[in-house]
Design a binder for this molecule. Structure first.
Ligand code: GLA
Length: 750
């Protein structure tokens, strides 16, 4: 890499300042160089034009300094191989006095200051009460795949490092580090990670994920009109209502496999905001970072605030490829390294079977049954600690309930291990029930405003994790649990959102930093715990899918996408989920019927839905018939054979739920030798045969053998070409209501 750097003189490594002589040297060198096809250097600087070119996967991202010294977004799209094509950034013309040039120019990281009226990336009150931030380019540094552009407020009060990183998987991230470079306190009132900009056009569409408890991550695509669409959380955590992911297509509409799609996601597990703003001039600005609602973050001289990473990418191959890029990126870069290489184990969870009524004999009985069908990890959910017989008491007291576990957790864990499984435990460390020893000892440890109500949700209050003593208590409680017991896995839950977010003991000016500090301390506790217990794995859960994002996924192996385990509903939740997150992270349980919305799909159907992610079982196994055990054992064995393809392969969403009678998804192993097709029929109309499903991602010249995991095909068995499978397709024999089938497609050695 270094020799490559030296061979390209206009591409600079190290700090560069905004000097004119530098520009002149760059011009001469630029003229002397004709750069052929695509350079492998991820970040190039064309000094003559003061332009940076970031290349990743299929796309180029270009920014530059305009004649006023503002950092301007120049391009985000299909890769452009010729660096010399880029000329210096030039501000856009004004549109009358009410829309001056500073407001029409696509600035990369605008402060709220001067004549700027769109969504700012940074709003602050500086010393002397100045509420005006105008950022100009100061210098930059390039270190391999990282670019830092330093911006300074014209009054010198704030210095902002815009940090870009180019990943080889076709993803770029940006975030900012905002430093108080004055001698007075500066208060940050909006701190965004950055903005992604697209040029003026009509016909852009926005895709996003929204929902509520029990139906998270539902996919919506809608036309963008002038004005702002805000997706956000003001709840202290990521939220069940909106997920911090977006995709834009247009002006020509993209489909699953074709068309231009720009996409991105925030890595933050607290209150966040993404504003998709089409300006009156039809430019598109997608600004994201900390939610500025109730945001107030004072910086003493020299202090800084770091914003979360905002990841983005581009593809010309539709929404399917956009997801596959994100999935590959998550597998390679986001998920904790220690566990990224292993397949997720088949898990059992007690929640739907036993609720709060857990005890040693009951859990041991479930564990015996779980081991018989091939479960690899046994997780005891809520109810094992303190005075926890319902949601009314016990949260905060992380010691085993003496009536339910008179000899502690050891006998149960020993039993689980004897059965060949490892052991996991449910915790909800950021919460407390008022009816708990912890709250009685420390009523001041919760978020509150003195003299105001402390609103309970699910009978619990939020611990003020911003306080160092609370953070240390939480760390110590978890550390003790994991040190004293052979715990391989924690399901870390969070079952309510913040309210009355006061921190009365802190100086008034610092009380609102809880929105950032709580999350950073939550991250810190996990990081310390994992550093001390390197084999520990964690699932992020928050009343279902309330804390699913690229921030938490750098620290946890998997998430619980929704408390809704009805298999048919789950198809839509999983479909939306898969746009942003790899199936490897998607815990999916088989549970008993009738489901929470009264439907009774077959056990095979429920298994096949759950086998499209990381498989878990949540049924009451003590009530299962021998037939159910037989089906479950067969399905779990089949899952173990395909799980690396499902968890690490390329996902093709062949037929979306809700658009017709069939839903289908296909997974192709990274080496292309194995693929799996899942197909679901919702309801059949008499005499209408389910259509053939055309596969994707295979080698048209290769031969494949198709075998049923469940169900039958209209096609004859034997070897079939990739060309046939992708063009003619397979026709599963599905009938009636809620029928399901799955097929294993394996390359035949020729
Ligand atoms: C939340 C989780 C559930 C379960 C319960 C336990 O609702 O989403 O999976 O763990 O808490 O109280």
């Amino acid at each position: 890499m270094l020799s490559h750097l030296r061979a390209m003189p206009f591409m600079r490594s190290g700090r560069v300042s905004a000097s004119p002589s530098h520009t002149a040297i760059g011009l001469v060198m630029l003229a002397a160089l004709a750069v052929p096809a695509r350079s492998e250097t991820p970040i190039r600087y064309v000094g003559s034009a003061r332009v940076w070119i970031l290349s990743s996967g299929e796309f180029s991202y270009v920014l530059g300094v305009n004649e006023r010294g503002e950092l301007q977004s120049i391009y985000w799209g299909q890769h452009i191989w010729r660096d010399q094509d880029w000329t210096a950034a030039k501000s856009h013309p004004q549109w009358d006095g009410v829309d001056p040039s500073t407001n029409t120019t696509p600035e990369e990281y605008p402060g709220w200051g001067g004549l700027r009226f769109f969504e700012p990336c940074l709003k602050a009150t500086l010393g002397g009460g100045v509420r005006d931030v105008v950022l100009k380019y100061a210098s930059h540094e390039i270190h391999g795949d990282e670019l830092v552009v330093t911006m300074k407020d014209i009054g010198g009060g704030l210095t902002v490092d815009l940090r870009y990183r180019v990943y080889p998987e076709g993803i770029i991230s940006k975030h900012s580090v905002i430093r108080n470079s004055s001698s007075a306190v500066a208060t940050i009132e909006s701190a965004q990670s950055g903005a992604w900009l697209l040029p003026a056009a009509d016909g852009y569409h926005l895709s996003y994920l929204s929902g509520r408890w029990g139906e998270e991550t539902l996919y919506t695509r809608e036309e963008i009109h002038r004005g702002s669409k805000v997706i956000e959380s003001r709840r202290g955590s990521t939220s069940n209502q909106f997920n911090p992911w977006f995709a834009i297509d247009g002006p020509e509409p993209a489909s699953e496999e074709n068309g231009a799609v720009w996409f991105g996601a925030l890595g933050w597990s607290g209150s966040w905001k993404i504003v998709v703003e089409q300006t009156p001039h039809r430019d598109l600005r997608i600004t994201g970072g900390y939610n500025d609602f109730d945001f107030y973050y004072p910086l003493r001289p020299g202090e800084s605030l770091t914003t979360p990473p905002f990841y983005a990418g581009f593809t010309s191959h539709g929404f399917g490829e956009a997801s596959r890029l994100l999935h590959r990126f998550e597998l390679a870069r986001i998920l904790p390294r220690s566990s990224a290489a292993h397949p997720r184990p088949v898990l059992y969870n007690s929640w739907e079977a036993t609720g709060f009524a857990v005890d040693e004999p009951g859990q041991s009985a479930l564990a015996e049954k779980a081991a018989q069908i091939g479960v690899e990890r046994f997780v005891m959910d809520d109810g094992w600690f303190g005075a926890r017989d319902s949601s009314r008491a016990g949260l905060g007291d992380w010691t085993p309930n003496p009536k339910k576990f008179p000899n502690g957790l050891k006998p149960l864990i020993d039993n689980v291990k004897r059965l060949g499984m490892d052991f996991g435990l449910w915790v909800e460390p950021e919460m407390v029930n008022p009816d708990s020893a912890l709250y009685r000892a420390h009523p001041d440890w919760v978020l509150n405003f003195p003299g105001r109500p402390r609103s309970e949700a699910r009978n619990q209050l939020v611990l003020n994790l911003s306080r160092d003593d609370v953070k240390e208590y939480v760390f110590a409680a978890l550390d003790r649990l994991v040190s004293e017991n052979a715990i391989a896995f924690l399901k870390w839950d969070l079952n309510r959102n913040f309210s009355e977010p006061g921190w009365p003991e802190a100086p008034t000016a610092e009380q609102r930093t809880i929105w950032v500090r709580h999350v950073n301390n939550y991250y810190e506790v996990i990081d310390r715990l994992r550093a001390k217990h390197p084999k520990l794995e964690i699932e992020s859960c928050a009343s279902g899918g309330g804390r699913v994002d690229l921030g938490v996924l750098t620290r946890t192996e998997e998430v619980w996408p929704s408390d809704n385990t009805d298999a048919f509903d789950r198809l839509s939740i999983q479909y939306g989920y898969s746009h942003a997150y790899t199936p490897k992270t998607m815990m999916a349980w088989v549970t008993d019927v009738p489901s929470m919305d009264g439907r009774s799909e077959s056990l095979q159907y429920r298994f096949l839905v759950a086998m499209m992610g990381s498989l878990g079982i949540g049924s009451n196994l003590t009530k299962w018939s021998p037939d159910e055990f037989r089906i479950a054992s067969k399905m779990i064995a089949a899952y173990k054979n395909i799980r690396s393809t499902v968890q690490e392969g390329a996902l093709y969403r062949l037929l979306a739920p809700g658009k017709g009678p069939l839903t289908a998804s296909q997974y192709v192993a990274p080496d292309g030798n194995q693929a799996v097709l899942f197909a679901f029929l919702h309801a059949q109309q008499y005499g209408r045969l389910a259509p053939a499903i055309r596969l994707r991602g295979l080698d048209e010249h290769a031969l494949y053998r198709v075998q049923a995991i469940e169900g039958r095909l209209r096609e004859e068995s034997g070897a079939i070409s990739g060309a046939y499978l992708m063009n003619r397709g397979l026709t599963p024999m599905l009938r009636g209501e809620f029928d399901a089938a799955a097929f294993l497609i394996e390359r035949v050695n020729q």
